[in-house]
Ligand binder design. Structure first.
Ligand SMILES: [Zn+2]
Length: 196
């Protein structure tokens, strides 16, 4: 996830952001291609007045109701904002949408913080537990589970052996350090030297 660019909006973070958007789209029954297309159009739009759903339809050929669903989601995620305006010809109310690149950075930053919390919980769990494993099918059990099964694998009847999870813990600690460093770097870029 680390990039060499100094502008805080490096391409690796963007790739990550786009992958996430695809996942969010799928989870919300939206077309991931529409999600990406609309987001990218808004990001590359240099006109600070923004683009309306009608403008986006003209540019992309995607139907307005599909576009609006995506815009609503981007708004909920605090990635896109709108301003109210008037249609240049009909005078009816229209919403003009923009994406502030800083919002994307903040979005990625808060996501990293969530992942870090999950990693810390996972490490805590691994540190507090003794695990057992079936040497035949590789199924892992906590001590309590293994105890309940009399240390015999319920799947295949093999004798369970104690599982050394030091590699897992080592991996988690490394990941946690990486995320902590990235978060610190993001904070420096987003909020100056002040830590949040
Ligand atoms: Zn087994």
């Amino acid at each position: 996830m680390k990039g060499s660019s100094e502008d805080g909006n490096n391409s690796e973070a963007l790739e990550y952001f786009f992958k996430l958007l695809e996942k969010i789209a799928v989870r919300r029954n939206l077309d991931p291609n529409v999600m990406l297309e609309v987001t990218k159009r808004l990001m590359s739009n240099s006109d600070s007045r923004g683009l309306s759903d009608e403008n986006l339809e003209e540019i992309t050929g995607i139907r307005q109701n599909e576009i609006r669903k995506v815009l609503r989601t981007l708004y909920e995620l605090k990635i896109a904002t709108y301003r109210r305006g008037r249609h240049p010809e009909t005078g009816s109310t229209r919403y003009y949408w923009t994406i502030d690149p800083n919002m994307i950075n903040i979005f990625i930053y808060s996501l990293k913080k969530k992942i870090l919390e999950k990693l810390k919980k996972k490490l805590e769990f691994e540190e507090s537990m003794t695990f057992y494993i079936c040497p035949v099918d590789g199924t892992k059990y906590t001590f309590e589970e293994a105890f309940d099964y009399n240390f015999i694998c319920p799947k295949c009847g093999s004798m369970l052996v104690e599982y050394d999870n030091s590699k897992v813990k080592e991996f988690l600690r490394k990941k946690i350090r990486e995320f902590e460093e990235e978060i610190k770097e993001d904070e420096r870029k987003l909020f100056g030297s002040r830590s949040v």
